[in-house]
Design a protein around this ligand. Structure first.
Ligand code: KG4
Ligand code: ZN
Length: 327
């Protein structure tokens, strides 16, 4: 079965065709990221306008011109995400479903991040599994007993992990997106230099909180002083990265020790982080799965994969974006 996956939940316009949830037939992506670099964060209106311009060229690139690829169903991210951005993908997917008379499958963005690990993978994760989705908008720990069976264990109470990295990078004038910028600066830094807070590290739940980290870095920056900041940027970046990674790994470890689980899956943009990957490999005692770096960040491939394993059709006339759904 060949599914066309459409993803427009944030700043990407991404479309792909995937066969049987694992084999990539074709894939294309346009990002409005450079347009947001100046502001140090995504401007929703600019993202959505850009997506209305790029969606048809991206779809055309994936299908061929004239369309030459056979499609059995259409999948689309319908939430969570930016409302204006979601509308673009959802309306295009509905139109294709109507015109081609093909089934339409709505997909949660968070669940699609989990399925990035199934792509071109001959030994995919075994159930039951724990999934930690760490993106710009979410930090969500999920327990999964099988395809279609999801239970939220906990999530962020304020800023998501990626959001905190983006905000701190802006504060340090490292650019956008903040995660990769902090990762790069951290290579030259000493993570022991500043002892930053690890909020909710030992709380009895599976919740996260990262807004305090940004507050701590704000006061650190003002104590250091503008004139000494550039000498300390790399050390701050390394200390921030270490704090975020420690919290994520500690909660993942706690879940894997308390619940029956055969594997642990990481997904979302922050899962591209090398320190997180290294620490997960070292600290967790069950098999750990990360998607390839290019499938950790948003893409259309994971949407088509998630739809194959969660094949739930809705009539095109009934589908609306839902910016606040989780799983
Ligand atoms: O999943 P994603 O592409 O979009 C959302 O669903 O939000 O995640 C984007 C987030 C951004 O906050 C970005 O700073 C972060 O992922 N990110 C990283 C890295 N690459 C992207 N964070 C840490 N290390 C990275 N290498
Ligand atoms: Zn995402």
């Amino acid at each position: 079965m060949k599914i066309l996956g459409v993803e427009t939940s944030c700043d990407e316009t991404a479309v792909a065709i995937v066969e049987n949830g694992t084999k990539v037939i074709s894939s294309s992506l346009a990002s409005s990221l450079p347009l947001h670099a100046k502001s140090g964060g995504i401007i929703p209106e600019i993202a959505a306008r850009e997506q209305t311009k790029t969606i048809i060229p991206v779809v055309t690139e994936v299908l061929g011109e004239p369309p030459s690829k056979q499609i059995d169903a259409i999948a689309v991210t319908f939430g969570p995400g930016l409302h204006g951005s979601l509308i673009v993908g959802v309306e295009v997917a509905k139109t294709l479903s109507y015109v081609w008379k093909k089934p339409l499958i709505p997909v949660s963005h968070l669940i699609s991040h989990i399925y990035a690990t199934w792509i071109e993978n001959t030994t995919p994760p075994k159930f039951p599994l724990i999934a930690l989705i760490v993106s710009g908008g979410h930090t969500e720990l999920v327990y999964m007993q099988g395809h279609g069976n999801y239970k939220s264990l906990g999530g962020t109470r304020d800023d998501a992990a990626g959001e905190s990295l983006d905000k701190i990078a802006r504060l340090l004038r490292l650019g956008y997106p903040g995660g990769p910028a902090i990762e790069k600066a951290a290579i030259q830094g000493d993570s022991q230099k500043f002892n930053l807070p690890r909020p909710l590290l030992n709380s009895p739940d599976y919740d996260f909180s990262f807004s305090g980290l940004k507050t701590a870095v704000t006061s650190l920056v003002s104590n250091i002083g503008e004139e000494n900041l550039s000498d300390n940027i790399n050390n701050i970046a390394a200390s921030v990265q270490a704090a975020v990674v420690e919290v994520l790994i500690t909660k993942a470890k706690k879940a894997s020790a308390s619940l029956p689980a055969e594997s642990i899956v990481f997904g979302g943009g922050v899962a591209a982080n090398k320190l997180l990957r290294e620490e997960a490999g070292k600290s967790l005692s069950i098999p750990v799965f990360f998607p390839p770096i290019n499938l950790s960040v948003d893409n259309g491939v994971m949407v088509a994969a998630a739809a194959y394993f969660n094949y739930k059709i809705v009539p095109w006339s009934k589908l609306e974006p839902d910016p606040s759904i989780l799983l």
